[in-house]
Design a protein around this ligand. Structure first.
Ligand code: LIP
Length: 255
């Protein structure tokens, strides 16, 4: 499956890359939630090619109506993760594709065509960046940990969510080395996987933001949970907490 999957993703990425360097008309799904014709075009291409090639999977995708689809043998697509970056010319934007068999993780691919970085992992086989094995960092000290987060779209309209974001930063920032906000959940997870960040957390993400990244991070030796230290469940949990494993408990104390 690997070869065909990557071939299709790299082909779709040409649409993303072309759009990245153009002036774009932006539509708003919600106050902070953007979409462009490129999100739709990348998604349509992936859906068409995946459904021809991988007939045993249904396809759950960000810009589609998924209401009649059951999550089981599924390919979960975010055509452009980091759309705000894509629109504004910040080169942290990626296609994210998570493949699940019987709801269980199978393969994750995250491809940033601007930086030409392809992250790939198959369960049990390790995680790779452009073909080279990646591993999480070995840092155990929270004070030396670089943590990443994201701000949910709901923070523009929902006071409670905005307050939660602020409360967590107030608690975590003095305790760690520093905090980053890259703007693409799938890449944030890959950055923990390759040892750049020690940890990452965010609320209100959708399954397509993280379906691939959690496979890549787990295969790189990391740990993923919800804020209560329970297994993270796609389509259900409010928070994702993802780390190198060594600082997991220390990060969870701040929730
Ligand atoms: C985005 C995430 C980002 C998060 C945004 C949004 P999109 O995904 O990757 O980390 O902060 O709220 O969910 O909408 O660009 O695919």
């Amino acid at each position: 499956m690997k070869k065909e999957l990557i071939k299709i993703i790299k082909e779709a990425a040409k649409i993303l890359k072309e759009g990245y360097y153009k002036n774009k008309k932006v539509s708003f799904k919600a106050k902070k939630d953007l979409v462009t014709k490129y999100d739709v075009a990348v998604e349509e291409y992936l859906k068409r090619e995946f459904s021809k090639t991988f007939k045993e999977f249904n396809i759950i995708a960000e810009e589609s109506d998924n209401s009649n689809l059951e999550f089981n043998n599924s390919i979960i697509i975010d055509p452009i993760d980091g759309t705000t970056n894509f629109v504004n010319g910040v080169p942290h934007t990626a296609i994210s594709v998570g493949v699940y068999k019987n709801k269980k993780p199978f393969i994750g691919v995250v491809y940033n065509p601007i930086l030409d970085e392809l992250y790939y992992a198959k369960v049990g086989k390790g995680a790779y960046l452009n073909g080279k094995k990646i591993k999480v960092s070995t840092q155990k000290e929270f004070q030396k940990a670089l943590i990443s987060t994201g701000f949910p779209y709901t923070s523009g309209t929902n006071k409670k969510d905005l307050n939660l974001v602020v409360t967590q930063i107030k608690s975590i920032l003095p305790a760690c080395q520093d905090i980053r906000r890259l703007g693409s959940a799938s890449l944030d997870l890959c950055y923990v996987a390759k040892g750049v960040y020690e940890g990452y957390y965010e609320m209100n993400l959708k399954a397509w933001d993280v379906s691939a990244g959690i496979i890549i991070l787990t295969e790189a030796g990391g740990k993923v949970s919800n804020e209560k230290a329970e297994e993270y469940t796609l389509f259900k949990d409010k928070y994702i907490v993802a780390t190198n494993g060594k600082i997991h408990k220390k990060l969870l104390k701040h929730f």
